[in-house]
Design a protein around this ligand. Structure first.
Ligand code: ACO
Ligand code: ZN
Length: 281
């Protein structure tokens, strides 16, 4: 993963402080020039304003009255919450989040307009507030049927299933919209691994339960996963045969069981009953 670094601009900010974590950064991020001589930046974990000195952050924390991301809480399940932030209504927050995220995202350019995006912030909540674990962004209107633009789990929270939760959440939103979706390309190595894992798990679970034939179109309608992504996933699992000019799913139960055993844990479930959301208009 880190080999990408030498192809991208030289990293400026080496570490950030965010809530109770000090986090080493991965990539260059285009902070405004006055921050470029800093090795470390101090973020307010709630409004994501960033500062060059610890004392500035301490002063900020005494007067910042946010205890969660701005915007609407659209999901809560025990200590896990999701907030929807409209980049147009919360421009500074959206920009701060993009600066922060770019520190861990290689391929993505940041020169887009936050107005055009919604941000979905995943938080772990306790009596001190709602602490950001990760997020994904989504275009308000996508011509290419993208249902997710950028996804990030902050490094201290990685490999605990939050990434798959965020991916699952993005597809639940697509289901509510009655649309199929796909993530914006290119995917990073870790992004591809996570998506492959999610698609594999979802499709195997359906094929395992389903009796009789099922088409890619039907799978797509059930899951909101784009047909191409279903095809490449099933091909990589060797569950597709090409017969008379058509792709046919051959779900041999023994093969399914073998793949299911090899597939990673399902991860944190999205409980759709707890999602209170209507599509953006
Ligand atoms: N090494 C190997 N496999 C990994 C690793 C790793 N370091 N991290 C994740 N994976 C794979 C595993 O297969 C894992 O499934 P498993 O636990 O069942 O084996 C799967 O990815 C998902 O793991 P999660 O714990 O659900 O995901 P996580 O919370 O770590 O988040 C994410 C994944 C968002 C991609 C994270 O690694 C990240 O933020 N990376 C930096 C930013 C990035 O690359 N984002 C994607 C860019 S593409 C886009 O935005 C459209
Ligand atoms: Zn603040």
């Amino acid at each position: 993963l880190r080999e990408h670094e030498e192809f991208t601009k030289v990293k400026n900010i080496a570490t950030i402080e965010l809530g109770r974590y000090e986090i080493e950064t991965w990539y260059f991020s285009p902070f405004p020039p006055e921050y470029n001589d800093s090795l470390k930046l101090y973020f307010c974990e709630f409004c994501l304003n960033f500062m060059k000195r610890k004392e500035q952050l301490q002063r900020h924390m005494r007067k910042c009255d946010l205890k969660h991301p701005p915007g609407d809480e659209i999901y809560r399940n025990h200590t896990l919450s999701m907030f929807e932030v409209d980049g147009k209504k919360n421009k500074v927050y959206g920009q701060n989040l993009c600066y922060l995220a770019k520190l861990f995202l290689d391929h993505k350019t940041l020169y887009y307009d936050v107005d055009l995006f919604l941000f979905y912030i995943l938080c772990e909540c306790d009596d001190r507030g709602c602490h950001m674990v990760g997020y994904f962004s989504k275009e308000k209107h996508s011509e290419e049927s993208y249902n997710l633009a950028c996804i990030l789990t902050l490094p201290p929270y990685q490999r605990k299933g939050y990434g798959k939760f965020l991916i699952a959440f993005s597809y639940e939103l697509s289901k509510k919209e009655g649309k199929v979706g796909t993530p914006e390309r290119p995917l990073s190595d870790l992004g591809l691994l996570s998506y492959r894992g999610y698609w594999t798990r979802v499709l195997l679970d359906i094929l395992k339960k389903h009796k009789g034939n099922i088409s890619i179109k039907e799978l797509s309608d059930m899951t909101a996963i784009k047909a191409e992504d279903i095809l490449t996933t099933l091909q990589s699992l060797e569950l597709i045969q090409y017969r008379k000019g058509q792709h046919v799913i051959c779900a041999d139960p023994k093969v399914l069981d073998r793949h299911l055993k090899a597939a990673g844990p399902a991860g944190l479930e999205v409980d759709v009953g707890k999602l209170i959301w209507t599509p953006y208009k």
